[in-house]
Design a protein around this ligand. Sequence first.
Ligand code: SAM
Length: 253
Amino acid sequence: MSLVDINSKVGEPWVELPDGHELESWGKEERITWNQQGRQAEKYRFFRQIFDFITDNSISGAYHEYGCHRVRTFRMALTEARRHGLSEMDFFAFDSFQGLPDSTSSPDHAVWKQGALSTSEADFKRLIGEHGIFADRVRTIPGFYADSLSEDLQKRFVEEEQPIALACIDCDLYESAVPVFRFIEPMLQEGSVLYLDDLFAGYRGSPVRGVARAFSEFRARSRFKFVRHVNIGWWGRSYIAYKDDPSVPVDLD
Ligand SMILES: C[S@@+](CC[C@H](N)C(=O)[O-])C[C@H]1O[C@@H](n2cnc3c(N)ncnc32)[C@H](O)[C@@H]1O
């Protein structure tokens, strides 16, 4: 049973709950498996919904992912793009392919150390190939964002590539998210979706730290407004870019 399968029952406590006997040998491995099943199921639920959203709203463009690691979310995007017949979509994978940088923002997370969450570019490409969907449309941009997301690359993307339909920002740290938001700004269009995976992760849920802070700072200076859209578990949210109309009061956060 995973987090997504909550079964109701007749009588107290009205839902099926494992008892002490069933959890007798429950330990760290079981906890990790349990949480991963629940988290990846929530993310996949999101990708299924958001590809329906972008197709239904005729938002054409590219998929960008900032933080690719084990290719879980990237495979979800490819699968749903295939399901929705988006054969013109380009897919860009931005990652150091060496794991996290040395952090300067003091996250409260046991795993987020320098070099953690590392998947090599070769392994990333192998997993994409094995998945077997639009592999020839996937391009990697290796490097730490502070260097790789240069003004020259930004200019090239603006001039030569599709605008962003969906960007998955899954790079954990404040200092990683800051250059990402700066980089994507000129590639946004009305209807671009930003999926912020770590809005409440790694910094005790504080909105003045982490990815939440980077997003708030970006929002304050962007030429677009962002309306809150789908919640993804306890950790993430998506937002839709829209053009402001000062004559219309908007109250949807
Ligand atoms: C949580 S993992 C991403 C998980 C991935 N979306 C998946 O579903 O398997 C975070 C990723 O962000 C990358 N990353 C974090 N900060 C980065 C930076 N400043 N520059 C480049 N890559 C970075 C790491 O290398 C790692 O692959």
